[in-house]
Design a protein around this ligand. Structure first.
Ligand SMILES: NC(=O)C1=CN([C@@H]2O[C@H](COP(=O)(O)OP(=O)(O)OC[C@H]3O[C@@H](n4cnc5c(N)ncnc54)[C@H](OP(=O)(O)O)[C@@H]3O)[C@@H](O)[C@H]2O)C=CC1
Ligand SMILES: O=C(O)C1=N[C@H](C(=O)O)C[C@H](O)C1
Length: 251
């Protein structure tokens, strides 16, 4: 069977360099191209790229994605910065390129995907819910894409269950002390040397709390998810948002 030709965009970065190693080590893939800032995207087609893995920067990802989709190159995207508007734009490009698949994964870590699923299951049972994400200080954005997605999922589950707004009697305080408000769920971002990528979902009810915590201790934790995404995206046209769609979580 022929090997999948995979390019990595952002190949010199923390995640990109790990992805290059993972693709090179995969029996069913070969590295078609490794591009970083200032490299021309034109190299992708010349190299016969079938799937591009984008691990760049929120400011760069849209341009990269547009180029790939318009050239029929499937994409696996870990880069953050997704809004409804951006996702709609990507869907528009995909409409013009039927057969092309794009996976956007807020988090490739299986533990992080499960954290979101468990939070979704638990949210309706608790009055209060907050998300704390903790990352290395080189991270470009705050809060993390995973934390935003987690908060949205919790908010959706609360709404579906008919829960009222969370109790919070705070009337004064330093701006930012209660974190960012994502659909009514406070999200707090810690940046600390020594950390990689961590998240806690705190749920509270009368006389009890439940904490769901996930720790990515090394970026290798993301690689099985990246490789799964590459293998599945080639036969999944259109936009897929979230790695959970490629995992049989309900089995
Ligand atoms: N979904 C997931 O599971 C994960 C997602 N991420 C996300 O991945 C992204 C990258 O993270 P990280 O590796 O830590 O960041 P880094 O800054 O370490 O790496 C990004 C790399 O991309 C390069 N780059 C910038 N612009 C372009 C461009 N236009 N074309 C090609 N390369 C470019 C950067 O170059 P330069 O340094 O010169 O700017 C850098 O080498 C972030 O959005 C992060 O949040 C990270 C971990 C897991
Ligand atoms: O920048 C990172 O490091 C990470 N980014 C992603 C995010 O913003 O959610 C995924 C993970 O948290 C690591």
């Amino acid at each position: 069977m022929s090997k999948l030709r995979v390019a990595v965009l952002g190949s010199e970065g923390r995640m990109g360099s790990e992805a290059v190693r993972a693709v090179e080590a995969a029996d069913d893939m070969e590295l078609a191209a490794a591009l970083d800032r200032d490299d021309s995207l034109e190299a992708l087609r010349g190299a016969g790229t079938q799937v591009a893995v984008d691990l760049t920067h929120p400011d760069a990802v849209m341009g990269n994605l547009e180029h790939c989709v318009r050239n029929g190159i499937h994409c696996v995207v870990g880069t953050t910065g997704w809004t409804d508007e951006r996702l709609e734009t990507v869907r528009g490009w995909l409409d013009g390129s039927p057969g092309t698949g794009v996976l956007i994964a807020p988090n490739f870590g299986i533990g992080a995907v499960l954290t979101m699923r468990f939070a979704q299951q638990a949210a309706r049972f608790f009055e209060s819910a907050e998300v704390v994400e903790l990352h290395h200080p080189g991270k470009a954005d705050a809060p993390s894409g995973t934390a935003v997605r987690t908060a949205q999922i919790i908010a959706g589950a609360r709404e579906e269950a008919g829960l009222p707004d969370q109790p919070d009697a705070t009337s004064t305080g330093l701006e930012g002390a209660r974190g960012a408000d994502v659909d009514g769920v406070p999200v707090h971002a810690v940046r600390l040397r020594g950390l990689v990528a961590h998240q806690e979902v705190l749920l509270g009810g009368e006389g009890e709390t439940l904490t769901i915590r996930h720790d990515s201790l090394h970026r290798s934790s993301f690689m099985p998810g990246v490789l799964l995404g590459v293998r599945r995206v080639v036969s999944t046209p259109g936009l897929t948002f979230g790695l959970e769609h490629f995992l049989d979580l309900d089995r």
